[in-house]
Design a protein around this ligand. Structure first.
Ligand code: GTP
Ligand code: MG
Length: 139
């Protein structure tokens, strides 16, 4: 089956939404095959967000991701990469459709970074790359 990397970001963990995110993933029929809560390191984030380096929101994004523990999950199922993106909804929680994680549970908090509860890999290649960053090559 396909695999994706889901991260419950520090806002989601702090708001007690980890269970709700995993509930939606499992209710959809996907399988959580690895799960870990811990603090991200600057090195992991530099690698994970390399495509955004140099953008105005890059440093605020990294600082936000370092602000508290994250929950890392490898999720499996046919079509799970676009499937989880669909569950998550649009990047901007104000625009995200109701019914999605970001649309139902997220909002604009007036901060300089989009706090949008979850990350989901955007392609199979990204999923493989990101899973290796967070869990090592053996994952
Ligand atoms: P992820 O699943 O977290 O990767 O979200 P995404 O794929 O929908 O968005 P993208 O990869 O483009 O951006 C990564 C993260 O950077 C987003 O989830 C936001 O937290 C933040 N971000 C992206 N674009 C903007 C922006 O234009 N302004 C701000 N402030 N933050 C942004
Ligand atoms: Mg992305």
């Amino acid at each position: 089956p396909d695999r994706t990397l889901v991260i419950v970001k520090p806002d989601g963990v702090a708001r007690g939404l980890t269970g709700e995110v995993l509930r939606r993933v499992e209710a959809k029929g996907y399988r959580v095959v690895r799960l870990e809560m811990r603090r991200a390191t600057p090195d992991e984030l530099a690698r994970h967000y390399a495509e955004h380096e140099g953008k105005p929101f890059y440093q605020p994004l990294v600082d936000f991701m370092l602000s508290g523990p994250v929950v890392l999950a490898v999720v499996e199922g046919h079509g799970v990469v676009p499937g989880f993106r669909s569950l998550a909804g649009a990047t901007d929680p104000t625009a995200a459709a109701p019914g999605t994680i970001r649309g139902d549970l997220g909002r604009d908090w007036g901060l300089k970074v989009q706090q949008n509860i979850v990350h989901g890999s955007d392609s199979a290649e990204s999923a493989a790359r990101e899973t290796a960053i967070w869990f090592g090559a053996d994952a």
